[in-house]
Ligand binder design. Structure first.
Ligand code: URA
Length: 304
């Protein structure tokens, strides 16, 4: 696919995103910006930017016969994480299950630690200029549930930890309501850097950062993925529509069950939707119980 075609597709996605995703977008303050974000000047293709950013192997050709799964092994291990292979939206092929890698806890942790360092050094898009910290993940590398948000907000940018602001505190309560400690699940975002003024992520930013999220999912290999808000849910379900239309049914991201629900920041602004979000959390809890019959969890909504 030519660079021009990819940029046109990105721009079309951007226009759709402006129309569809605005209302239920995530971070505190997101969705309230007065001006529609504009695409920056046509950037070089992501693989060139990543190579400039020092992402090892970004410009290398894939090995003959390689699968996406092994392309997504850590750059430390393979040096072949070419983002041009990660054209998830550009392919007509159905999503593939992730490779059946069974990593030990130590190996997962090592990959995550390595990837954090790569992300810290990343200058692949404009967001690197405004960030205080990169925000990679929080929680257990052995988690069976992974929550995916949109992008860091102010508090996350300051601390380097996802979901620690007001929305994060609500998320922690939602997780506790289905009987989990925050430390038992894994929490990350689509973007690892804060967009200025908490504006919505641009399609080009999502595309550039996508490889990091795919790696995280690959290494953690959760039983269930939860999309928080429109951006993460659209990405994980492959459906660019409202949360209202995505929720209440199971989707799949390369073989992993996906549940879409409202972003906690949206719930802070629209508390009447908390009841609906609680239904989603119960659906998550039921699916977890089915998959782990021996692991009884205390479900009690409590105060949120
Ligand atoms: N909103 C998000 O989507 N992610 C965070 O980490 C914080 C707020």
């Amino acid at each position: 696919m030519t660079t021009l075609r990819r940029e046109l597709l990105n721009y079309a996605e951007f226009l759709r995103a402006c129309g569809n995703l605005y209302v239920e977008s995530g971070r505190e303050g997101a969705g309230r910006t007065k001006e529609e974000p504009r695409e920056p000047e046509a950037p070089p293709p992501p693989d060139v930017r990543l190579a400039e950013a020092g992402v090892e192997g970004a410009l290398r050709e894939p090995m003959a016969g390689s699968s996406e799964g092994n392309l997504l092994m850590s750059s430390r291990e393979t040096g072949k994480a070419s983002p041009s292979q990660l054209d998830f939206f550009d392919t007509a092929e159905p999503p593939k299950p992730l490779d059946a890698e069974d990593l030990s806890e130590a190996e997962r942790q090592a990959r995550v630690t390595d990837a954090m360092a790569v992300v810290e050094a990343c200058t692949a898009c404009e967001l690197c200029h405004g960030r205080a910290r990169t925000v990679y993940s929080d929680g257990s590398v052995m988690a069976r549930i992974v929550f995916v948000g949109e992008a860091p907000g102010a508090e996350e940018d300051r601390t380097g930890i996802p979901f620690v602001g007001r929305a994060g505190k609500l998320l922690t309560k939602m997780i506790a309501a289905i009987g989990f400690e925050r430390e038992e699940v894994y929490i990350c975002n689509m973007l690892k850097c804060r967009p200025p003024g908490n504006r919505d992520p641009l399609p080009s930013e999502k595309k550039t950062c996508e490889q990091f999220l795919i790696q995280q999912i690959q290494w953690i290999r959760p039983q269930i993925l939860v999309g928080l808000g429109a951006h993460a849910s659209a990405y994980l379900t492959g459906q660019e529509t409202s949360i209202g239309k995505m929720r209440k049914r199971w989707h799949s991201f390369r073989g992993i069950p996906v549940l879409a629900t409202y972003h906690p920041a949206f719930l802070l602004r629209s508390p009447s939707f908390k009841k609906t979000a609680w239904e989603d959390m119960l659906m998550l809890s039921e699916r977890y119980a089915e998959l782990n019959p021996g692991d009884k969890r205390k479900v009690w909504r409590g105060e949120w």
